[in-house]
Design a protein around this ligand. Sequence first.
Ligand code: ZN
Length: 249
Amino acid sequence: MVFFLFILGAVVGSFLNVVGLRWGTGRGLGGRSSCFSCRKILGWQELVPIISFLMLKARCRGCTAKISWQYPIIEIWTGLIFATIPYIFIPVFCIYVVITIYDLKYKIIPDELVYTAIILSLLVPLFFVQYSLLDWLAGPILFTFFGLIWLLSRGRAMGFGDAKLGLSVGLLLGASQGFSAIILAFWIGALVSLLYIFLNKTGLPAQAGFLKNAKKLTMKSEVPFAPFIIVGAWMSLVFHLNIFYVAFF
Ligand SMILES: [Zn+2]
């Protein structure tokens, strides 16, 4: 069952890749996928999640242009999400995956996506989860927290989109797991930033094709934060993290 859910998730992830990359470009979701370099239409053998990427050795069959690691990473991650979280959370997390793709690419969170996530985050606990008053307040508290960072840094440290995403995560996960998610997000963010700065000195990320057009990242660079919030939310949900337990015992 877990394996079946993983496969289903990987297939959905492959679709979410397309949604994330085509969002806001005016290209609909219809139409066949093609190579970004040579425009060759991809056949079904080139569209099998994860497997195709490995078989093609990360290169287009037509023009040998490199295929981004984003594709298999998102497919595997969506597979893991499907296999590890309660079903009722899956629709919100599908939106979160698209937000991750979009934020990594454009460093902004589309309003339509985050508002839909907020509405779904409100509906899930309303119908399926028992919430205390503090759980209901978790969303507004996280919104205020990120909103203040946004205000005080004049948008440099955090975007306003992160505040809306915080509202969604707080509503969806409640106080204990919601706050845990955000603390985890800062930890992961710090680790990834340090790792990235370290690797940048070796020139590895450029060789691997990551953030090809981005300036070299330094501590001051604008790092998209939504992916960390979302990975934090996922891990907090999977491992039932409880920040209050850590804080008081
Ligand atoms: Zn090509």
